[in-house]
Design a protein around this ligand. Structure first.
Ligand code: ARG
Length: 458
C-alpha cells in the first residue's frame, strides 16, 4: 500500500516497486522514526493543531508499536515502501482516524532528514566510546612499555631509536583527533529539520523549538529548503569514519609487519589469528589484514555520498535515498573493525628483546654520535655529520656496529673522540635524553600516557 494514492489510477509496477523501496535499509531507523513521530504528535496536540486526546492516543500507540517491533510481535513488512510508510500505516490500522492525523504539517522529506540524524547521532556516540576504549588500551600499554627501546623508521629504514610506548601513543593521538572529528560533526548536525515540510515549511503554527528540544537538539534548522536537502552531516561522518579507518589501517599494517618472522616484535594471541589449510606452521594476522582491507569500502562510501550530492538542485531529490546505505555501511564498518582491535592489542605479547636487538643494529644511533661531537667536543653539526658518516662506512666495511668499533678507529677519523662516545651512543642514552616535549624518553611517555588516559577516563 502506498501513502500517495488519489492521483494514481494504477498500482506501481512490481519491479519498479522493489527498485523504489528503501525498507531493506531504512527499517533499522524504526526507533528513531517513532521517536520523531511522538515528538511531532505531542507538539501538534500542544499547539491545538490536532485534538489533545488524539495526540495522546497517537503517542501511546506509537510506544506500543515500538515495543511490539522490539519483542518480535510485529514484523516490519518488507513490502512497505519505507519505514515511515510502515509506521504510519500500522498506526492507522490500529487507531484509525487519529493515525491519519499524524502526518499533519510534516513530509517524509523532513521526517527522513530527522531520522538519519537521530540514527547517526547514536552511532557516533557508540563509535566515540569504542575509540576511547582503544585509546585507553594504547595508553595502558604505553605505560608498561615506556622504556622498551625499538627502532624508529623513516622510509622503512632504521632511523633513530624510540620507545614502544612512544610509538603506541602516536596512534592514541590520531584516535583522539578522530574522536574530536565526531564531536565536530555532532555539533554541526545538532539542529532539528522537522517543520521544514516537503521543502517550503508549512502553514500550520508548528512549534519547532518544542520538537527540537523534545528530540534533544539544541534548536531547529533555519531554512526549510536546506533542512530537507542537507546531507553534509552524512558526508562529514563518512569522512570522520574514513580518517579513523586510515589510522586503524596503518596500525594494522604495523601489527602485520611486527608479527612477521622478519620482525618478531610482537605476537598476537591465538584468539585473534587464523591458520592455513595447507601450511601447518602458519599463524596469520587475518583480523588485522581485514581491518586494513575494509578501509577501502569506507572511502568508497564517502566518494558515493559526495558524488550523489554534487549535482542535486534544491530541494529533496530521490537520489538522496542513496545516502543511507553508504553512511550506514561506513559507521557499521568502523564499529565492526573497532570491536576486535582493543582486545587484540590488550592480549598481544610484546617481544622487547627483539625490538631492542633490531634497534642495536643498523646505525640507529648515528645521529647521537654526531650530537656527541657537537655537544661534548664543540664541532659544528655539519662536520660532525660527515665524520659520523665516514665511521658508518668504516663499520659497514668491517662488519661492525658503532658500539663495537674500537676507540682507535674512531680516533683515526677524528682525534676528538674519547671513551665517552660509547656512553653517548648507548640506546638508553639515545632514548632517555630525548626529553623534548613530544619525545620518546620514558619519563615523557609516562607523562603523555597519563595525560591520554585522563582524557578518555569514563
Ligand atoms: N525513502 C525516502 C528516502 O530515504 C524517504 C523520503 C521520501 N520522500 C519522497 N518525496 N519520495 O529518502
Amino acid at each position: 500500500m502506498k501513502l500517495w494514492k488519489g492521483r494514481f489510477k494504477k498500482e506501481a509496477d512490481p519491479k519498479t516497486n522493489d527498485f523504489n523501496s528503501s525498507i531493506a535499509f531504512d527499517s533499522r531507523m524504526y526507533r528513531q522514526d517513532i521517536e520523531g513521530s511522538i515528538a511531532h504528535a505531542t507538539m501538534l496536540g500542544k499547539q491545538g493543531i490536532i485534538d489533545k486526546e488524539e495526540s495522546m492516543k497517537i503517542c501511546v500507540e506509537l510506544g506500543k508499536l515500538r515495543e511490539d517491533i522490539e519483542s518480535g510481535a510485529l514484523a516490519i513488512d518488507p513490502d512497505a515502501e519505507d519505514i515511515h510508510t510502515f509506521v504510519e500505516q500500522e498506526l492507522t490500522a490500529r487507531i484509525g482516524n487519529a493515525g491519519k492525523r499524524l502526518h499533519t504539517g510534516r513530509s517524509r522529506n523532513d521526517q527522513v532528514a530527522l531520522d538519519i540524524r537521530l540514527t547517526l547521532r547514536e552511532a557516533c556516540l557508540g563509535l566515540k566510546a569504542q575509540l576511547r576504549d582503544l585509546v585507553r588500551v594504547l595508553g595502558e600499554k604505553a605505560l608498561v612499555y615506556k622504556a622498551a627501546v625499538m627502532p624508529g623508521y623513516t622510509h622503512m629504514q632504521r632511523a633513530q631509536p624510540v620507545t614502544f610506548g612512544h610509538h603506541l601513543l602516536a596512534y592514541a593521538e590520531m584516535l583522539l583527533r578522530d574522536i574530536g572529528r565526531f564531536d565536530d560533526a555532532l555539533k554541526r548536525m545538532d539542529q532539528c529539520p522537522l517543520g521544514s515540510g516537503a521543502l517550503a515549511g508549512t502553514t500550520y503554527p508548528l512549534d519547532r523549538e518544542l520538537t527540537a528540544s523534545l528530540l534533544g537538539f539544541s534548536g531547529p534548522t533555519q531554512n526549510s529548503l536546506d533542512g530537507v536537502s542537507d546531507r553534509d552531516f552524512c558526508a562529514e561522518i563518512a569522512f570522520a569514519v574514513s580518517m579513523a579507518m586510515v589510522h586503524l589501517s596503518r596500525l594494522c599494517e604495523e601489527l602485520v609487519l611486527w608479527c612477521s618472522w622478519e620482525f618478531r616484535f610482537i605476537e598476537l594471541d591465538d584468539a585473534f589469528c587464523t591458520g592455513s589449510s595447507i601450511m601447518p606452521q602458519k599463524k596469520n594476522p587475518d583480523l588485522a589484514e581485514l581491518i586494513r582491507g575494509k578501509s577501502g569500502r569506507v572511502f568508497g562510501d564517502l566518494t558515493a555520498l559526495l558524488t550523489m550530492m554534487k549535482g542535486l538542485p534544491l530541494a529533496y531529490n530521490k537520489d538522496m535515498q542513496e545516502d543511507k546505505e553508504a553512511v550506514f555501511d561506513a559507521v557499521d564498518t568502523l564499529k565492526l573493525c573497532l570491536t576486535p582491535l582493543a582486545p587484540m592489542l590488550e592480549t598481544m605479547t610484546v617481544r622487547e628483546d627483539n625490538m631492542r636487538r633490531a634497534a642495536a643494529k643498523g646505525f640507529i644511533n648515528a645521529t647521537d654520535c654526531a650530537d656527541y661531537l657537537v655537544s661534548q667536543k664543540g664541532l659544528p653539526f655539519r662536520d660532525a655529520y660527515k665524520i659520523t658518516g665516514e665511521l658508518v662506512a668504516l663499520c659497514i666495511d668491517q662488519g661492525l656496529t658503532l658500539e663495537e668499533l674500537p676507540l682507535e678507529e674512531y680516533q683515526k677519523v677524528c682525534e676528538s673522540f674519547d671513551q665517552g662516545v660509547y656512553q653517548a651512543i648507548s640506546l638508553e642514552r639515545a632514548t632517555g635524553d630525548r626529553k623534548v616535549l613530544g619525545g620518546p624518553a620514558p619519563e615523557n611517555v609516562e607523562a603523555q600516557a597519563k595525560r591520554v588516559l585522563g582524557l578518555v577516563k569514563k
